[in-house]
Design a protein around this ligand. Structure first.
Ligand SMILES: *Cc1c(COP(=O)(O)O)cnc(C)c1O
Length: 220
């Protein structure tokens, strides 16, 4: 589906939810896509992208940054502590802070560099054993920890279980954010971004609807 069509759907969803035009940031998730497909989206003027692996991001984005101004790169996949340095050097935002140790490492790097990407805490709203993210019950403590470390915490992120009604998870995430005074909500993907916008998403992560199916299909 062309980028333009997705942008039209985002605008319609903003309007239907009574939200200001442009209040939702569209992160084009370019993981596993060919460089040609990514470049085509850059050529259309889009600048906000998401990757889920640091290694893969390092392989393509430094080059694109040299050729295109204003790129805004978001890490949306799990982050190992030993890749944190590379992640903060490459990315403008990290959506997957999910444990105190990672928060402390990011704080140390931030102090060293005098800069830090915008951060989101990933919440495992479905409490799935195999999924990354802090449990809902532990989220307030991690928010407090990040604030204590002076990290630029912008909001929360979730990936609902595949077989659940996503709206329940989006509403849960929004309520945890609200009670913590956080305004950023990274939620909604190709199949459910309109629902996410209706429930307050500020950042939607849309891959296959923009770029076409990923081959081979990779798990989220
Ligand atoms: C791959 C991925 C997406 C995009 O998924 P689509 O269904 O292709 O839109 C969104 N969020 C995360 C965390 C992902 O890994």
């Amino acid at each position: 589906m062309p980028l333009q069509e997705i942008m039209t759907r985002v605008a319609a969803a903003e309007s239907a939810a009574g939200r200001a035009p442009g209040s939702v940031r569209l992160i084009a998730v370019s993981k596993v896509q060919s460089l040609d497909r990514v470049e085509a989206v850059l050529q259309q003027g889009h600048r906000c992208f998401g990757e889920n692996r640091v290694q893969e991001a390092a392989g393509k984005w430094p080059d694109f940054r040299q050729r295109f101004d204003g790129i805004d790169l978001h890490l949306i996949g799990p982050l190992q502590t030993n890749k944190a340095r590379q992640a903060v050097e490459l990315c403008d935002a990290i959506h997957t802070v999910d444990r105190p140790k990672l928060a402390r490492t990011l704080a140390r790097l931030a102090q060293e560099r005098g800069a830090c990407p915008d951060l989101f805490i990933q919440v495992n709203t479905g409490e799935e054993a195999q999924k990354a993210g802090v449990l809902p019950a532990d989220t307030d403590d991690l928010v407090a920890e990040c604030r204590g470390l002076d990290l630029p915490l912008r909001g929360l992120m979730c990936i609902p279980p595949v077989d659940d009604e996503p709206a329940l998870h989006f509403a849960l995430l929004a309520s945890i954010a609200e009670r913590n005074g956080l305004t950023g909500l990274s939620m909604g993907m190709s199949g459910d971004f309109e629902t996410a916008i209706a429930l307050g998403a500020t950042h939607i992560r849309v891959g296959s609807a923009i770029f076409g199916a990923r081959t081979p299909a990779t798990p989220v």
